[in-house]
Write a protein that binds this ligand. Structure first.
Ligand SMILES: Cc1cc2nc3c(=O)[nH]c(=O)nc-3n(C[C@H](O)[C@H](O)[C@H](O)COP(=O)(O)OP(=O)(O)OC[C@H]3O[C@@H](n4cnc5c(N)ncnc54)[C@H](O)[C@@H]3O)c2cc1C
Length: 426
């Protein structure tokens, strides 16, 4: 398999190159604030805006540029998605299950509201999503999920045959579930908009300022950085998959997992129309899933992971190109312009978690669907730090990943099992 590369091909994040970050003037670190937020992605920025609007003094620290993590690298799919429908969640968690589902729907509404109210120019469109099954047998799980979503008033329907072909120009699938309440955006422009809102609310923003230690001093916290220390009443850890050794107990709760994306050259309008006539956000039903969409310039943006565990950028690129052609053989010869990767944060129960760890506030565990969720979690954690109730996810028992430090040993075994199951289901 030859991956066709455009003459200007380079590894790099398409979104970062096609957005203008909100300018941040260098400023000294404050000596003391009400809240220090560690991590300047969607979650940290949303928390900062909420807190600053409530009159709290806030400083955001990020080890890199704000947004350097997953928040400018993702697929831009705004999905009210918890990997399980409301009924399945209720079977597992009782009444809490319904509140978890309500939370993810609230997250979707919140993002649409922030974009509209904050006039964020991020090419947002409510496209709907298409969850596609390769299964040769009747994919009953799609029908079941449609019924579950309908039971809580979410418009969803299964498409097969001609209706399926009207959604996706591919013969690789036996059925698809259309969920209307989903959308797509430009991740880095959305991040730039959230940065503008946080700055306008009065938060102080400090890129290239890693937090190297957090220590308790009486009832307050001292956050150390190479640029000096900050004294704070509260600290929020908004580091998601990029949690480092700062708070080992938090790091052990998430498994960072690489996910990669290729972006092709813009497709000719008639080709784009043929491969994705309705412009939905698409993903399939494999353990090692693929996700894809068109961006606002008509590029095919196609993501996934070849296996759990480490994968080089070129290997990921070639795998994704080949996978794209499995779905769309008609795209053979289409040139790739960019490849990049980032980390998603997996948790044992595949759900986000938030609350307190050792007296520090935290929100983590996007499980690959954090554009809506982590934005909303940041907003709600900001309110919680100011005294409001915690989001429902705080009621889930935290479960450290077993043998976290030995994951390089056991991940290949899990990966092989996933491949086996995916092959059997196809
Ligand atoms: C390739 C890819 C595709 C994805 N696609 C989608 C999608 O289509 N839809 C969807 O819903 N979700 C998707 N996601 C997930 C989504 O991007 C994330 O859930 C979301 O961006 C997480 O935001 P965050 O603010 O919690 O964390 P991040 O944006 O990851 O920010 C964490 C930040 O913490 C900083 N940090 C860590 N430690 C320290 C420290 N000690 N001191 C200072 N700073 C520190 C890091 O530098 C980083 O910038 C995808 C993720 C990836 C990687």
């Amino acid at each position: 398999m030859i991956t066709h590369l455009s003459p200007g091909y380079a590894p790099g994040v398409l979104w970062q190159e096609t957005a203008t970050p909100h300018p941040i003037a260098p400023q000294p670190l404050p000596d003391a604030v009400d809240v220090v937020i560690i991590g300047g992605g969607y979650c940290g920025l949303s928390a900062a805006t909420e807190l600053a609007q409530r009159g709290r003094s806030v400083a955001i620290l990020d080890a890199h540029d704000l947004g350097w993590g997953a928040s400018t690298r993702n697929g831009g799919m705004v999905l009210p998605d918890l990997k399980a429908g409301p009924e399945s969640l209720t079977k597992r968690y009782g009444e809490l299950g319904l509140r978890l589902h309500a939370a993810v729907e609230a997250a979707f509404d919140h993002v649409e509201h922030v974009i509209a109210a904050g006039s964020i120019d991020c090419a947002y469109e409510r496209t709907g999503q298409l969850y596609l099954s390769h299964g040769q047998r009747a994919p009953a799980h799609l029908d079941a999920l449609a019924i579950e979503l309908a039971s809580v008033g979410s418009a969803a329907h299964v498409v097969r045959g001609d209706a399926l072909r009207a959604e996706v120009g591919s013969a690789a699938f036996s059925a698809g579930l259309v969920v209307e309440r989903s959308g797509g955006l430009h991740p880095a422009r959305f991040h730039a908009g959230l940065t503008r809102l946080a700055a306008a609310a009065g938060a102080s923003l400090h890129p290239h300022t890693p937090a190297t230690a957090v220590t308790q001093a009486a009832t307050r916290w001292r956050v150390s950085t190479p640029r000096g220390d900050i004294d704070a009443e509260h600290v929020l850890l908004a580091t998601n998959a990029y949690a480092d050794s700062l708070v080992p107990a938090l790091r052990r709760r998430v498994l960072p997992m690489g996910s990669f994306i290729i972006a092709t050259e813009p497709l000719a309008p008639e080709v784009a129309q043929a491969v994705l006539p309705t412009g939905r956000m698409c993903f399939n039903d494999r353990h090692l899933l693929w996700y894809w969409r068109l961006d606002d310039a008509g590029r095919m943006v196609f993501g996934g992971r070849k296996r759990l565990g480490s994968v080089g950028l070129e290997e990921a690129r070639d795998y994704l190109y080949q996978s794209m052609l499995e779905i769309y053989p008609q795209l053979a010869g289409t040139k790739v312009e960019r490849t990049w990767g980032g980390q998603v944060a997996l948790t044992l129960d595949r759900l986000p978690h938030c609350g307190q760890v050792g007296g520090l506030w935290y929100a983590t565990g996007c499980n690959g669907s954090g554009v809506a969720l982590n934005t909303w979690l940041g907003h709600r954690m900001g309110a919680a730090i100011d005294g409001e109730p915690l989001p429902a996810f705080a009621e889930l028992p935290p479960r450290p990943i077993p043998l976290h430090s030995l994951r390089r040993v056991w991940l290949p075994v899990v990966s092989a099992w996933f491949h086996h199951q995916d092959r059997r289901a196809s």
